[in-house]
Design a protein around this ligand. Structure first.
Ligand code: ASP
Ligand code: MG
Length: 427
């Protein structure tokens, strides 16, 4: 008998029928003899609808009240799910985040989990009940207020529960089949991965892959939680996300050890914009000034490139999420004379392509494959950056999909069949 934590995303509990389907899945797990703890998201687009409603009554809703409002979405789904399970003849008990002992800091809208004290969950499990927990929310001890963890926070709730209860596995259910070598909507020949290292998963998520939330993967990595990302809409196995030193459960079951591929996947990101600060005086301290201004505007800088200076001036280009670029531009323009640069150029027609693989550490020539593939495709590279296990390039956005397909093929990642896409969002 195992203790299994399951997380169901909003698309898995979008209506009464879906809730019943999820209830059956939970009951089946219970019938197989396991203890089950479920973290559930708000139904369908409930969170977005509540946000819209808040914005209709107030231009800037008070953060405390916004959390009171948004946390109610998950309370609806948790109670309905528990009722659906009751009607199948099983004992289930739902708990809000604070009842479940999800203790956070006091940052409304982006609270971080500081402790999990699942006393009531343990009691319920000991009494044979299936436990349902409202995802995405917690409680701060100092303010004694309800908090939420930020969009997509139910993944983190599930992983934190799995860690606190020492669960055997944390199954994250969504409307996609698992983690793919690329986004199947961009690359139809993308293949579902059997498993992936958590480090690789973090790089893919940070560079455009949307299946799992970064914070949940980080939490799992730090606390040694085994994640199994799989689909609510099929019974096939998904993808295991393995932390350091973790064994692939399928190999433990006797499957032959698989050779690790050098490259795990290709990520595409259409969400970045490029800002160029042109004609920056080439003297010490200018980069510091520029990026302090950008940081103060709240923009999250990704890639940075500085050109060699020929004339005592240089150009510095960097990328930021599209949503952050207007703020960064405005902040920089406001300090043009102080910094002494000549002008600003904004370009939001870019796309970022990233190749991720832990094998890059030990294999040479991995980047050459990328550059050759892009060159053969006649695709121009505008920026390059690398980490130990990732190579990213910035291209024209109109080239990105084609480039990704070419590169996916070049690394031998193409599957035999086209991936089935259920038009899923991964939530
Ligand atoms: N309902 C929240 C959201 O839509 C949390 C979640 O789904 O994980 O962001
Ligand atoms: Mg949601």
């Amino acid at each position: 008998m195992a203790l299994i934590v399951q997380k169901y995303g909003g698309s898995s509990v979008a209506d009464a029928e879906s809730i019943k389907r999820v209830a059956k899945r939970i009951v089946d797990t219970r019938r197989a003899g396991h203890d089950v703890v479920v973290a559930v998201s708000a139904m369908g687009d409930t969170t977005d609808e509540l946000l819209d409603l808040a914005n209709e009554v107030a231009p800037i809703p008070a953060p405390r009240e916004l959390d009171m409002l948004l946390s109610s979405g998950e309370r609806i789904s948790m109670a309905l799910l528990a009722m659906a399970i009751h009607s199948m003849g099983f004992e289930a008990r739902s708990f809000t985040g604070s009842q479940a002992g999800m203790i956070t800091d006091s940052q409304h809208g982006a609270a971080r989990i500081v402790d999990v004290t699942p006393i009531r969950l343990r009691e319920a499990l000991d009494e044979g009940a299936i436990v349902i927990v409202a995802g995405f929310q917690g409680f701060n001890r100092d303010t004694r207020d309800i908090t939420t963890l930020g969009r997509g926070g139910s993944d983190t709730t599930a992983v934190a529960l799995a860690a606190a209860l020492a669960a055997d596995v944390c199954e994250i259910y969504s409307d996609v089949d698992g983690i793919f070598t690329a986004d199947p909507r961009v690359i139809p020949k993308a293949q579902k991965l059997d498993h992936i290292g958590s480090e690789e998963m973090l790089e893919l998520a940070a560079n455009g892959a949307k299946v799992l939330y970064i914070r949940a993967v980080e939490y799992a990595r730090r606390h040694g939680v085994l994640i199994h990302a799989r689909s609510t809409f099929s019974s096939s196995e998904g993808t295991y996300v393995l932390g350091e030193g973790m064994k692939n459960p399928r190999e433990a079951e006797g499957a032959a050890a698989m050779e690790e591929p050098i490259v795990a996947g290709v990520a595409t990101d259409f969400g970045q914009a490029k800002i160029t600060v042109a004609g920056v005086p080439d003297v010490p301290g200018k980069a510091a000034e520029i990026f302090k201004i950008v940081a103060k505007s709240g923009a999250n800088v990704d890639m940075i490139v500085q050109n060699v200076s020929a004339t005592g001036r240089t150009d510095i280009s960097f990328t930021v999420p599209k949503a952050d670029s207007a703020g960064a531009l405005k902040a920089l323009a406001g300090e043009q004379t102080e910094v002494g640069f000549q002008n600003l150029v904004h370009d939001d027609q870019i796309g970022k392509l990233s190749v991720v693989g832990a094998g890059m550490r030990t294999h040479s020539g991995v980047s050459a494959v990328l550059f050759e593939a892009l060159s053969a495709g006649g695709i121009n590279i505008e920026m390059i950056s690398t980490s130990e296990i990732r190579i990213s390039v910035v291209l024209r956005d109109t080239d990105l999909a084609e480039a990704a397909r070419t590169v996916h093929t070049a690394y031998g990642l193409d599957g035999d069949a086209e991936a089935t896409v259920h038009a899923g969002t991964g939530r």
